[in-house]
Design a protein around this ligand. Sequence first.
Ligand code: ADP
Ligand code: MG
Ligand code: ZN
Length: 638
Amino acid sequence: MVEKMNKNTKNLKKKPGNSVRGFIFFLILFLFGYAMFNSIFGGNVKTEDVALSDVVARANDENGNIKKITVSGNDLLITLKDKEAPTQHSRKDSSGTLYEQGLKNNCEGLSNGELKKCQEKYPTIEYEEPVDYSGIIFNIITLGVPILIIILFFSYMMRQAQSMNKENMGFGKAKAKLYGPDKKKVTFKDVAGNEAAKQDLEEIVDFLKNPKKYEVLGAKIPRGVLLAGDPGTGKTLMARAVAGEANVPFFSISGSEFAEMFVGVGASRVRDLFSKAKKNAPSIIFIDEIDAVAHKRDARGGAGREDEQTLNQILVEMDGFDNESGVIVMAATNRVDMLDKALLRPGRFDRHVDVALPERKDRLAILKVHFKNKPLDEDVDLDSLAAKTAGSSGADLANIANEAAITAAREGHKTISANDVTEAFERVAIGPKRQSKVMNDHEKKLTAYHEAGHAIVGHVLPDSDPVHKVTIIPRGHTGGVTWFLPPEDRSYKNIYELKDILARAMGGRIAEKIIFGKDDVTTGASSDLKNVASLAKEMIIEEGMGNETRNLVFPSEATGYYTISTGKPYSEKTAELIDKEIKALSDEAAKRAEIVLKANKDVLDRLANALLEKETLEEEELPALLKGTTLPEGAKLH
Ligand code: ADP
Ligand code: MG
Ligand code: ZN
């Protein structure tokens, strides 16, 4: 988003381009004029050619009728006695010696009176610097080009400085960008879904547009609005939409920009930012990624003093607002839990707008926004794409739309096909296909059984999502992928569902073990195991799902207080208990996967062979291949 916003300032930077063009135009004009001048007044006088020998003979003859000979390089211009300007022309020959010897100044060394007499008889000889056109061009290149570069450089620097805003030359001045009403506007129409958040923000727009309406009733206009939500959910986009809808100046700065500053600069930038906004009121100040400066002052064992000063200055400025200031401060963060509580107090960021990950219908709306100007084949089904992308943010979806267009272009398609969209989705979700990586037969077989293992465990266990697609085509860092498709978005998952997710994640490695014997440990399962470890940890620490620690949660390391002895927010004993519970969950998952796969070994073989043959199995092909599976008693949860 930041890049996108910067594009708006491009208009400013275009001007150096114009001045360059203007400069080049004048340069050409100047050269042309110079050439004209020279051809009229300079060397190229209309003359008649005469032989060099003739000139030399006449120069030494009293009756040679020559008044003056002008030597200009290899050219001799001869002015006759009865003429003012040269009318004859001769050219020095290649040796030049004949001319050197033959042509001499007959009047040289004579005194005044005699000189005059002599000059009446013999020609005077003058030397003139030749006009050398190739020399001029050479000079233009050797001198002109560096000068041109220097001029361009300076004009660029000047433009840069101007576009940075005069105020920005100083260190302590805010680098805030102003998006006035004339810049490309974002409105709520550009923000799909997120109706609840939009409604909250529409109220803010109304405050800015009709402050009187609220003042009359004695309502306090909110000072600070905090947009909180996962990365890519459109917080920055929404803040810009508020500015666009309210039609007021929008001063935006990112918290991370404060981080680049010298000591003491952050606070003065804040001061400057607020004073600018007040001058332009009604206006909006937007502090993006505010967590970068406003993290808890105690959480990291004393955040940098610099950040603390910046944060304090923000608080001071916000407290200093009176009710009529007409400035609304918006801020966005991915981490509300990390924010300093002082920021959230009344009179500061007292309005919270939660920007949630989009639900299925919102995802469809967002996809429609981003596919709007892209030509789609008729068989592209955005609705099913919306279904597949549970958990994706608006930014992810925008990314899929863009990747689909890129894929189509790369494949030389005129319109975007359903395959292009699928490829884009998988690329964004996992990474690009690795066509170049050739698996040998053993690796391929191992991968086929591994993926078949995931698929079967997921299919058999009662609380797992249905299998959507299985493939052994390598992609990103994985050898293959088994996709499970949640039938709908759910905000909550119960412990049974989570345990089935753990078991099906173990299914890959367990299938390898059953088929290839021993603990033929391969690296193919490492990401599965990482997923198991992090989900199990979350279940124990955050969800209270352990056997012995049921309904107990533990403070996480980022937010809790630390005990001195362990350096963790709990005692040594509790730490051991947590480790034990996590291990119990993953052992149980491995056990259940093993029971399922052993009981369904024939289906495992069938699925793996189908994968080896076809490499990718789509949703339609799977039911037939998975037919006849059974849920063994030992895999059930009691
Ligand atoms: P955040 O600030 O929350 O991290 P951004 O506002 O930067 O997210 O969103 C990044 C991009 O994702 C936007 O520029 C837009 O293209 C897309 N996007 C996110 N949410 C939406 C939405 N609700 N509607 C349309 N596009 C969205
Ligand atoms: Mg953002
Ligand atoms: Zn796996």
